[in-house]
Design a protein around this ligand. Structure first.
Ligand SMILES: *Cc1c(COP(=O)(O)O)cnc(C)c1O
Length: 377
């Protein structure tokens, strides 16, 4: 068994003090003890999401929370805008279409960011649009979208603004209320430093009004059920108690270190990681790179090979490309409990693997570029 270096954009490493909480005996979810933990995490989540509104904790992966947003806001034959710039943006389209929603898509090439002006124009041309869906950090390409500008535009219309912040939140600055985002979804296995299995969702007042008239079918994801139980600091169905207890601990860590510090760390790590990739002459894929994951283009479609050899020989886990980027790119995550030392190890091993695969690089260059970027700290 090799020591593992997990540098994937979900799941991310879990801090030991959080993992220890998962070993505690299960408590029953209809008890004061559980309610007290649930109350604390719900308060803490408001800080993490930067919102005054309730944040609900769900037992599903991030995609479940995406589906929850759609089924609670919309009615059959509603029209929405989806602004997609990658694999996860496209997921909004797939979910909406599977419920018979009419989608006006405002898509851009992968690697680009979605255009606020194009969204504004589309909303003007289609006055019946009920909601605008987009992605904060598009994890498949590594770009970050300008949520603040889009928020301003959508706030001037009757539509609600829904953002998938599954990978971005905690890792880089995201302000739900200030940026006028009506519905935000996220999940546990990225910036939250938890195992997969929890998702989160929050609704603004404007979104709640839409929920009241929504007619799409729903049962497990009916937000009204969650709202009723939330008042008692409970969930309508058996929650993943273990993960919720662990979430209590990560929220403690996030509050102690402060969101700002997480944001600054990711900013620095992303800058250093980009320098490392460039030192190996690997082109950066994202036009506007996010701060939680770096996507680099590799020669001759060897992306999958790199990922596999890193895993087998060094137990370094990075991500390859998704969908049409399969083989073409590699992705290094630098969020949550991923450290400078992890990334340095990742780069040193990446250099070995690139050499093994016959890519003409000078060993040590990426490590040196990464070190150089951190030395000013
Ligand atoms: C990881 C991710 C998802 C998918 O979440 P699951 O937890 O796998 O359902 C969706 N959107 C973005 C931006 C992501 O990074």
């Amino acid at each position: 068994m090799l020591k593992q270096y997990l540098l994937t954009p979900g799941p991310t490493p879990v801090p030991p003090q959080v993992a220890l909480k998962e070993a505690l005996p299960i408590i029953h979810h209809r008890t004061d003890e559980f309610a007290s933990i649930y109350k604390d995490i719900s308060e803490g989540l408001k800080y993490v999401f930067q919102t005054k509104n309730k944040v609900y904790t769900l037992a599903c992966s991030g995609t479940g929370a995406m589906e929850m947003a759609i089924v609670n806001l919309l009615s059959p034959n509603d029209e929405i805008v989806v602004a997609s710039c990658g694999n996860f943006g496209d997921r909004w389209i797939e979910i909406a279409q599977s419920y018979g929603i009419k989608v006006v898509s405002v898509c851009v090439e992968w690697g680009e960011v979605v255009s606020p002006l194009q969204i504004e124009k589309t909303l003007k041309e289609n006055p019946n649009i009920k909601a605008v869906f987009t992605t904060f950090v598009e994890t498949s390409t590594g770009v970050v979208n300008d949520i603040k500008s889009i928020g301003k535009i959508v706030a001037n219309t009757n539509a609600v603004f829904v953002v998938d912040a599954i990978s971005g939140i905690v890792g880089q600055e995201f302000k739900t209320d200030l940026w006028k985002v009506d519905v935000v979804v996220s999940a546990s296995q990225k910036g939250f430093m938890l195992p997969p299995g929890l998702a989160f969702i929050t609704f603004s007042q404007k979104a709640k009004e839409m929920v009241e008239v929504s007619k799409l079918p729903k049962f497990y994801f009916d937000i009204k059920k969650y709202k009723k139980f939330h008042l008692k600091n409970q969930t309508p169905f058996t929650p993943p108690v273990t993960l919720i207890v662990a979430l209590g601990e990560t929220i403690k860590l996030i509050k102690a270190k402060k969101l700002n510090t997480f944001w600054n760390d990711c900013k620095l790590f992303s800058k250093a990681t980009r320098k490392g990739m460039q030192a190996l002459e690997l082109k950066l894929f994202a036009k506007v790179p996010c701060e939680v994951v770096t996507t680099a283009v590799v020669p001759k479609n060897i992306g999958e090979k790199i990922v596999k050899i890193l895993r087998k020989k060094y137990s370094v886990f990075i991500a390859g490309g998704q969908g049409k980027l399969k083989g073409r790119v590699i992705r290094f995550a630098h969020m949550g409990y991923i450290s400078k030392a992890d990334l340095l190890a990742g780069f040193a091993c990446l250099e070995m693997v690139l050499s093994e695969l016959g890519v003409n690089i000078e060993k040590g260059k990426a490590v040196a570029a990464f070190q150089e970027e951190l030395s000013g700290e």
